[in-house]
Design a protein around this ligand. Structure first.
Ligand SMILES: [Fe+2]
Length: 236
């Protein structure tokens, strides 16, 4: 749902930008709506005329059993057992899940994350079912999310090459305290975080070198005023 609707909203905010990148989004949004329909259809077919012995067998799994033992009355009374825009625990989907910032690169990265989470969840479903028909359908979704991850990776790369890797690319350098732009600040015990491509060498934006800073120090704030009745200072 997030991808289906998000991909239709995102391009509306990218004003005056390349048409091929925008239509790419509308096409994918339509496909994602198709995936919602496929999943709703799959669930309906699984539930239609499900033999009682299969239901009993499924209920032996503690997770499935806990769900089957407490059917959501809302589902029967309000939707007549149709698909509802809710998650599996009954929390309604809402427009707050849509990411559409007006910045293409920021949105593309959100899309890549959504496709990664989506493929991860499909893989987990694949793991827990032994129904060959369901596995067959899930294997199609795995393939499409492979495509969609690659699609966003390619689009991100194309934009990064044109506009740089840091979002937004339009911030004047005199706004930024550039002394801190490429420092990995370690706030943990030990220095394990020093061992990594994020702590030394050239930065991905090509504009600097990572450095590693051991940070620390005490917070220096006066106690809150007495009228807020916080915890009075403790002697240490
Ligand atoms: Fe997808």
């Amino acid at each position: 749902m997030r991808q289906a609707l998000g991909l239709n909203f995102e391009p509306k905010y990218w004003r005056g930008l390349a048409l091929n990148l925008k239509t790419n989004l509308f096409y994918s949004g339509a496909e994602e709506l198709g995936h919602v329909e496929m999943i709703a259809t799959m669930i309906a077919r699984l539930l239609d005329d499900a033999p009682i012995n299969e239901q009993e067998k499924a209920a032996e799994d503690p997770v499935i059993g806990s769900i089957m033992g407490r059917m959501n009355p809302h589902h029967a009374i309000i939707s007549g057992i149709g698909a509802m825009p809710e998650n599996s625990t009954g929390v309604p989907w809402n427009a707050g899940y849509i990411v559409a910032s007006g910045n293409m690169l920021a949105d593309f990265r959100a899309n890549l994350n959504a496709e990664s989470q989506g493929r991860l969840q499909v893989a987990r479903l694949y793991e827990i079912t032994d129904d060959p028909g369901v596995k067959d359908m899930l294997s199609f979704l795995l393939a499409r999310d492979t495509m969609h991850q690659n699609q966003w990776i390619a689009a991100i790369k194309e934009l990064e090459e044109k506009r740089g890797t840091t979002v937004p690319s339009t911030v004047p350098s005199d706004w930024e305290a550039t002394d801190f732009s490429y420092s990995l600040m370690n706030f943990s015990e030990g220095e394990e975080s020093k061992k990594g491509s994020w702590a030394s060498g050239k930065t991905p934006d090509g504009n600097g070198e990572f450095d590693y800073v051991k940070h620390g120090g005490k917070q220096e704030l006066k106690p809150a005023p007495s009228y807020v009745h916080g915890t009075p200072p403790l002697d240490e």
